[in-house]
Design a protein around this ligand. Sequence first.
Ligand code: AMP
Length: 577
Amino acid sequence: MSDNIIGIDLGTTNSEVAIVQDGKVQIIAVEGDRLLPSVVGLTSDGTLLVGQVARNQHALYPERTVRSIKRRMGDGQKVAMGDKHYTPQEISALILRRLKRAAEEHLGEAVSKAVITVPAYFSDAQRQATRDAGELADLEVVRIINEPTAAALAYEAGHGEDKTLLVYDLGGGTFDVSVVRLSQEVTEVLASHGNNHLGGDDFDTCIVESLVAQLISQHGTDPSHDRAAMARLGRAAETAKIALSDAPYARIEEEYLLERDGHPVHLSVELDRHDYEAMITPFIDETLEALHIALDGANLTVADVDEVLLVGGATRTPAIQQRLEEVLGIAPRSDVDPDLCVASGAAIQAAVIAGHPVTASVLVDITPYTFGTSALSDRFGEPYPYTFIPLIRKNTPIPVTKSETFYTVMDGQTTIDVQVYQGEDPDALNNTEIGSFRIEGLSDVPAGNVIITTFSLDLNGILQVSSKEKSTGLEKRITIDNATARFEQEELSDARQRLSSFIEGEAVPAQSAHRGATQAQALIEKAERLMEDATPEDKEDLVDNIESVRDALESDDANALTLATDELADLIFYLES
Ligand code: AMP
């Protein structure tokens, strides 16, 4: 018998198993997938199903399928599956047995010990039920650890610094937020708060409800009592939700969804990210309230938080990451896969107990820089043409593809210039331009023509940027090699780049026709901002130069404008360097 101890995240929606091998965390796949749905079922002839196959039959045969058993742990009640009743421990044991078998297949030897994670709020009875489930699966549960502790271990493996971490865990059906204090050797949960009936599944339900409402209003038919149709809508909603984490629109196409008066009803809708985000805002608000309650419970404030760690699949929702950043003033970390981070931490704890060294967690590749474009947008309450619009944010796991919607601002605008920047400054002109391209031949339509811009960054640092007119599919793309590596000597070239972007920058997709004037305006605004800290002489120079640019603008003299903006750009460059 080996002394391997496996780490298990026995989740409400999915479960995972991991082990530390050669100092590194390995997530063990079960039937090719690293997430095992926490669903158990029986076929009509009584064959046991665990995982995805059980999940697939849930919508059609709920009477012989059990899911979310974690919610029932420790309540002493049995659940029905087929014509028999089982304790929650027994159902959980079937999931644990499947994970244990996968680990044994992976290792080629028997496994008898495990560390299993539970939510921080689990009572003694719930923890005991989890231990019992382990025993029933022939696993000695050497330790039960809190999920936020496991997450902290996964993120901080090998780091010795004292830190206060906020672990925000939003899964399919449960939410909790915990304040974790990490110090040398000790990791403790100071406070935890949540709602174990809140999660990504609620987001799916919002989408399903809107689809049902559309079917009623557009097709005069209510699918609510049609199990098969509702199952399809549920799956389509989840797929659309996941797509909206990376793109501004998601299409839902369900052909022959149901029949009305003998005629097939097809569902074809487009879901807009803004509409979707509006639907889920109340849920996000609730999680943020819980966050403050947890901080209060630990007698801390947002200013005390050193890091925010994201756990659970639903934290991939961009609106959640944005809201957390707004509230806490720090970008949440997602450099450990949010689905696998708790299992990784359990494996790290297991290795520590077994006396095996741990050198690395399952860190994913992330981009060290933010990539984005620029557009006319609100800045300090005023429209500013060079507002930086990040598409791929720093620390996002790669490979990644993200899309955003832009709109033309002029009637009949048939050309758009797209600038690609790398940097963190809200003013695109202070970032480094790494590419640009132009799309011509757009439809001659009023302002508001929808353009979808997509950034894809791969593991080799190759950035593909494309912009597409939504109505016609007209598209232009560029490839930028070495997007993540080329800035090592950034310091040196930064000033030059900044200057060149003043002269050549035509950052506003929507305003290319007014490029000279817009650029001049941006320079004036920049110069005015610099005036606040300038010496009296520099201030005077700035005022003179601004005056010349304004005169050139008024006289509509292109040459004079080029001359004056060049001079102003030179002066700004001199003042900034
Ligand atoms: P977990 O319980 O941690 O496995 O989380 C599962 C939940 O995360 C489910 O509701 C999934 O639909 C959701 N989820 C997974 N990937 C994404 C994504 N990219 N964007 C939004 N939600 C996601």
